[in-house]
Design a binder for this molecule. Sequence first.
Ligand SMILES: [Ca+2]
Ligand SMILES: [Ca+2]
Ligand SMILES: [Ca+2]
Length: 405
Amino acid sequence: MKTKSILIGLFLIISTSTFAQIGRTYSDGHGGRIFFPFGDISFADDLVSFNKGNPFQAEEYSNPHKALNIPDNDGSGDKNSTGIGHGGELIVKFTDNTLYDIDGYDLYVFEIGGALEPVDVYISKNGVEWVSVGKTGGGFSKIDISEYVNKTDVFRYVKIVDVKDDASGEWPGAEIDAIGAIGSSMNFQLNSSVLFKSGESTIGDDKLSLYKIGEKIKNIGGLTIIEGYTDNVGPSENNLHLSEARAKTIKSFFVDSCQIDSNLLEIIAYGEVNPIDDNNTEIGRLKNRRVEIIVFPKSNPNKNDVVGIWNIESGELHIYRYGNIIAGWYTEDSGEILGELADEHTIICKWVENGSGESCDESINGRNHWGRMIMKFNDDFTVLTTKWGYCASEPTKEGWNGKRK
Ligand SMILES: [Ca+2]
Ligand SMILES: [Ca+2]
Ligand SMILES: [Ca+2]
């Protein structure tokens, strides 16, 4: 009985708060799916610039905004991608996340089309100085930035340059659907005018946004960097000190008012460098006076684990894990698994797919076929048994079981 109420409690948490932001897998366009620990926020958000190549595709297939946000090319005639053209250059920016080096691959370029034209990839902290991190192409779109960067560096910009491959076929140049950071932090940008009085470093009355961010930091549980920035009015030395004092104040708030471990909070004072807008205008200066908070996920990889490939009756099930976040996919009907680790041997999740015996009124990730599921693993993680249901009903059906591949 006690177990049941705990399970119901977890379902409520999953269905109301975490689905929008927990990790999930996305179709790689070639029959598999790629796991992004932070889900939808992991992808590039803003267009910085686009220089079309020559020749380039028809205007309607060269809209650079189609390379932003989550991968959404569904293989139909409507191209949700950007044909950058021969030698074309696309620069995008992450705003609610940043890219950093994790173990393994860090960056994924979703390129579509049969030819998979190669592109050179560069990353930057500030949009000015660029680091070359290699090339994608030939069906290989993952990039590991580890040999080019320091472990602690965070990057906000990605530049993609088409390498003018001769064998690019009917459509010249690479077609980019999305650009995502597998190694992704979660970022918050707070305007100093909301947090502080002009020129001061004490927090004003409106603390709600800080409390909310504090909650997220506690849920995510990893290292958090608090960055202070100012505009360029006044001596740069003063601006540096002000940005440092403000970052320290935010850190103290998280420690004292949100009970966050101070060892997990670092501050960096930037002063007037790395402006995000024009310091020659009032609105630009307002935007540049800011605090940025970068939250890294806490990773706890575990050898004996639910993570891996499982043979189930209808094909394969792939399970990924980041902390207690569980995401996966299965080969049948392009299925997705979204959930959390309830204990070492139990996953509470939802399955989501293109077709099933019942269609639900509500949709998840744009799909109406889904249901609740509980996965149980045996002691040595070799056998998986599940209970599942349709839509929001109790997961009581049996028979979707598996063995580790
Ligand atoms: Ca993003
Ligand atoms: Ca890496
Ligand atoms: Ca797209």
